[in-house]
Design a binder for this molecule. Structure first.
Ligand SMILES: Nc1ncnc2c1ncn2[C@@H]1O[C@H](COP(=O)(O)OP(=O)(O)OP(=O)(O)O)[C@@H](O)[C@H]1O
Ligand code: SF4
Ligand SMILES: [Mg+2]
Length: 361
């Protein structure tokens, strides 16, 4: 048996991203990501959920170095133990697109309208192996399209982007990531523009790829039900910070943070259009990253806010022993002594003054 557990595939620590922008005639500092940490094991799926502007895209675009040059980035992003922050464009090529693939909300925008798919696959495969020939590339592309659920691959390679539906383009995006043997796939709202049936098919495809290829996935969405369905763990973000993080069944059935509870109450559940269940919108506006609140960013909208909430940003703490359900997989925590150092559930963390979790020293 290994003396030490294997290192995570991806380990992000205290990631901070800000942008200097001009608002009217004054310069403002946009604090888009404010100290985000998470890790991802090989073959696991992490869901990131939160309202628009909560920092989901910026915190994940920092991983393969996709942020614009105007972004000030600090913290640490380790891939298989190798620090990625600060790598040169040349060094980053080894990771971006190859080991780390990305798919986005509007797949059509990633393609040149004048390039057919045979040529897109040839170019992509030549990134990893410049010697690959046209016939070999076409055969590989056909196999990958089959694996991602697009039949008649040979014929479809002759088609141009406008000849595919949104769902088909999303499958092609995934096939292109596989063409470079990616180990980590960052899927930023990959199903938002698709209808519900196609959404489910893409989610099913991602699940199969995780099972068959041991790919790790970061799945970003506004839809907490969908995220709970696909992910092993969920990270709930608000105001550029993690508000709550736990195994998906725990978040879905026993959320603790007022913001997570509000997101669930505001989320249309499958079939709820036909039930009497009422959606409860979250009142108020999301936090302004140029003028973040001094305390909890959710305080202006939180029905449980009290005076100390506005004083300082609460720390992200493990849930205190005896206060949670501790039902999550990998979190068999029963009481004091079960946290890595002292009491608390390290698998369920929460940023709220209402949860008096003891910090592991
Ligand atoms: N290039 C940029 N320059 C300035 N501000 C930016 C830039 N990119 C993102 N931001 C700001 O950073 C904050 C976080 O943005 P981000 O795109 O990560 O949000 P998000 O959670 O992905 O939202 P959505 O659900 O709408 O995609 C937002 O306030 C956004 O306006
Ligand atoms: S810290 Fe206060 S304002 Fe923030 S979520 Fe908790 S109760 Fe609400
Ligand atoms: Mg986004």
């Amino acid at each position: 048996m290994d003396e030490f557990p294997p290192a995570p595939l991806l380990e992000v620590k205290d990631l901070r991203v800000s942008f200097q922008v001009l608002r009217g005639v004054t310069r403002s500092l946009i604090r888009a990501v404010r100290g985000v940490s998470f890790s991802l094991e090989r073959g696991s799926i992490l869901g990131i959920v939160g309202e628009s502007g909560s920092g989901k895209s910026v915190s994940t675009q920092a991983v393969p170095g996709l942020l614009p040059a105007s972004a000030a980035v600090s913290g640490s992003v380790k891939y298989r133990g190798k620090e990625l922050l600060g790598l040169s464009v040349e060094e980053m090529r080894e990771y971006r697109g190859r080991k780390i693939g990305m798919i986005f909300q509007e797949p059509g925008r990633s393609y040149d309208p004048l390039q057919n798919m045979a040529s897109v696959f040839l170019e992509t495969l030549r990134n990893s192996n410049p010697a690959v020939g046209r016939e070999e590339a076409a055969a590989k592309a056909e196999a990958l399209l089959g694996e991602t659920g697009l039949p008649n691959g040979r014929e479809r390679l002759m088609n141009f982007p406008h000849q595919f539906s949104g769902g088909q383009l999303q499958r092609i995006g995934i096939a292109l990531a596989l063409a470079q043997n990616c180990e980590l796939l960052i899927a930023d709202e990959p199903t938002t523009a698709l209808d519900v049936t196609i959404q489910r098919q893409i989610v099913e495809l991602l699940r199969e790829l995780r099972k068959n290829r041991q790919i790790s996935i970061i799945f970003i969405s506004h839809d907490i039900d969908l995220v709970a369905d696909i992910s092993d763990r969920i990270m709930v973000m608000y105001g550029g910070m993690v508000m709550e993080s736990a195994d998906s069944p725990v978040i879905a059935s026993a959320p603790r943070h007022p913001y997570t509870k509000s997101l669930i109450a505001a989320s249309p559940r499958f079939g709820s259009h036909y039930s009497r269940e009422r959606l409860v919108p979250i009142p108020g506006k999301v936090t302004d990253p140029a003028r973040p609140e001094p305390g909890c960013p959710f305080a202006p909208r939180c029905t449980q806010a009290r005076s100390e909430c506005a004083a300082a940003v609460p720390e992200l703490r493990p849930l205190a022993p005896g206060t949670g359900d501790f039902a999550g997989k990998g979190s068999a925590v029963t009481g004091k002594g079960d946290c890595v150092n002292t009491g608390g559930n390290p698998a369920h963390t929460i940023r709220c003054v209402l949860e008096g979790g003891e910090l592991c020293p």
